[in-house]
Design a binder for this molecule. Structure first.
Ligand code: FAD
Length: 408
């Protein structure tokens, strides 16, 4: 067992830290205040950086069939994203890249689809990809997908409404990107009939119908999308178009998207909470208060104990996240570990960010500092990509070998 980071990972951290400090922190408050505005200078700079290092901001790299030797793509993405979220979680989510949409392509797409939707993603102008699962009547219970996809000749015709789609506006209206839309081929056939579809920008019948005003991650856009007889090419269905009852070819395959995205969300939450903790430690140090790691339990102040507890919580969350990444990079199924990483990081990052506000008292609550913002930003870790409770449910089912009908 080796917990040390590779040279490539250390380099990734260094580069991301430079972007976080130099490009994100200076505009952090501005784009928190100005939700629904687009920091194009930041987008263009990050696009240029990402172009040179294509896998750097992509999700779900994992191990590919035919890869020789171990990969560390998912781990590299995670360490990088912790730093970027340390800079600003909303801006990190706004970086033009394949994002969640790309992770879906990576998880279920055919080699030809990966070539079409991922290999050329960084050609041309900045663009975004997004993923739309949630609908007005459900979020957690994904078997409730009611958006329909009907085959008509060489096309699929999609109808329905999606809500809370991150980067949806930038993918559809501000670039030549795409949204991966979950839709059912047959509502009577339940989960196996749910498939994901690539809906490109400028598809007639696709409209961004609402921009959300949010509590945190306000630099990122979150939108509702309506699909009204939206026609897309037949080969834009990801993976197998047949309704398959079990295995990777069926709904399990669609859900595999989360195996790479949940560790990433965990890493971003850890980054936000670490920003808050670093700030508190710096502020205390400026007042001459250093944490005495060597102090005995009897001598230790409450403050020191709180800080060490938070550091331990974050390191525990980080190691659980690394484990989920490492399994994916070795080509192992990591669904349980991805949920463990996400559920734990959601809880820990929310607690740590809130405790940091508490430790600085009224100053922590003031908008003069970014602490209150980090507390707002941290909470999303617990909500999207499956709430904490839903991920706990997935872990319990996996440990007990129960299906979703037996434990829900
Ligand atoms: C800022 C933001 C960005 C988002 N981005 C995206 C996106 O890009 N794409 C997308 O598709 N969706 C996105 N979402 C939606 C998000 O994934 C859902 O909000 C989330 O899955 C929860 O679903 P819900 O809102 O319907 O809550 P509900 O499912 O109604 O849950 C409400 C509460 O009940 C709990 N609960 C539900 N079922 C159970 C159960 N069986 N046992 C115990 N507790 C339960 C939940 O944990 C939660 O605390 C985003 C949401 C937000 C806020």
């Amino acid at each position: 067992m080796d917990f040390s980071l590779s040279k490539a990972a250390k380099q990734r951290i260094k580069m991301a830290r430079m972007a976080a400090e130099g490009m994100m922190r200076p505009i952090s408050r501005q784009f928190d205040e100005e939700e629904h505005t687009d920091p194009w200078d930041f987008f263009n700079m990050m696009w240029d950086v990402s172009k040179g290092n294509r896998k750097a901001t992509g999700l779900g790299g994992g191990k590919e069939k035919g890869d020789s030797g171990p990969s560390e793509n998912t781990l590299l993405a995670c360490v990088q994203i912790e730093e970027l979220a340390w800079g600003d979680a909303g801006l990190y989510l706004s970086i033009p890249n394949p994002g969640l949409g790309g992770a879906a392509v990576q998880a279920v797409g055919t080699p030809e689809q990966k070539e079409r939707f991922l290999a050329h993603f960084y050609d041309g102008e900045p663009k975004w990809a997004a993923m739309a699962i949630t609908e007005p009547h459900f979020g957690s219970d994904s078997k409730q997908v009611a958006t329909t996809a009907v085959r008509d000749g060489d096309e699929w015709v999609l109808n329905g409404t999606k809500i809370f789609c991150t980067a949806g506006d930038r993918a559809l209206n501000k670039s030549e990107g795409y949204v991966v839309v979950w839709a059912t081929l047959d509502k009577n056939k339940g989960r196996p009939a749910i498939k994901s579809f690539i809906v490109p920008a400028n598809t007639p019948g696709v409209e961004v119908s609402k921009l959300e005003d949010k509590h945190g991650i306000r630099a990122s856009d979150t939108v509702s999308i309506t699909l009204d007889d939206a026609r897309i090419p037949a080969d834009n269905i990801l993976g197998n178009p047949e309704i398959v009852e079990k295995g990777r070819e069926g709904f399990k395959g669609v859900m595999a998207t989360f195996d790479s995205t949940r560790p990433i969300v965990a890493a971003s939450g850890i980054g936000v909470a670490r920003a808050a903790l670093d700030y508190v430690k710096e502020t205390l140090a400026e007042s001459g208060i250093e944490v005495r790691y060597e102090a005995s339990a009897r001598e230790m102040t409450v403050l020191e104990k709180e800080i060490m507890t938070m550091e331990a919580q974050l390191q525990g969350a980080r190691l659980l996240t690394f484990k989920a990444c490492n399994m994916m990079d070795r080509g192992e199924r990591n669904s349980r570990e991805a949920s463990m990483a996400k559920a734990n990081a959601g809880k820990v990052s929310t607690q740590v960010a809130q405790k940091c506000v508490e430790l600085l008292g009224p100053l922590g609550y003031s908008r003069k500092l970014l602490l209150e913002k980090w507390m707002r930003d941290a909470k999303i870790t617990d909500i999207y990509e499956g709430t904490q409770q839903i991920n706990q449910l997935i872990i319990a089912r996996s440990l007990l070998d129960y299906g979703s009908a037996e434990l829900n």
